[in-house]
Design a protein. Structure first.
Length: 144
């Protein structure tokens, strides 16, 4: 598959599947939406749980710390996400909604990285939950 065919393709995975896995390309057409829905479900619940933890620490109103009794999911956080999605979707289209949530997710990933980096140097005496062994860092450098 050359660069032009890859850029002209609307669905790269299916184009690659037609070139490499010809008889099983229909399976890719089914698995890609399933994967996307699973990812969206995980992001929805993860963001709602972040909202719940923020409420437990007092960063957002305490109502967002509530959990559903039987499903054990943070329903106020999920409801807030749904309302925000509808408000963003109404004046525009689904593409803007996806771009907005993708952008905001990456902004918060960046904030998390910066906060982790700052805490590593400013709060040296607290326990580091995430640690990387020196050997793995050296191995990674050798591979490059």
């Amino acid at each position: 598959m050359n660069k032009e065919a890859l850029l002209a393709s609307k669905v790269v995975a299916v184009t690659w599947g037609e070139a490499v896995l010809d008889p099983t390309v229909c399976v890719l057409s089914i698995l890609i939406p399933i994967c996307a829905l699973g990812s969206a479900n995980g992001k929805l619940l993860g963001a709602a749980r972040c909202c719940m933890v923020g409420a437990q620490y007092g960063y957002v109103p305490e109502v967002f710390a509530c959990i559903h009794k039987t499903r054990l999911t943070p329903m106020p956080g999920i409801t807030l996400e749904g309302i925000l999605a509808i408000l963003i979707y109404l004046p525009s289209n689904i593409e803007n909604l996806i771009n907005f949530f993708s952008f905001s997710a990456w902004i918060f990933y960046g904030f998390t990285f910066v906060a982790r980096f700052c805490c590593k140097f400013t709060k040296r005496n607290i326990e580091q939950v995430i640690s990387v062994r020196v050997e793995s860092r050296l191995l990674r450098e050798k591979i490059k």
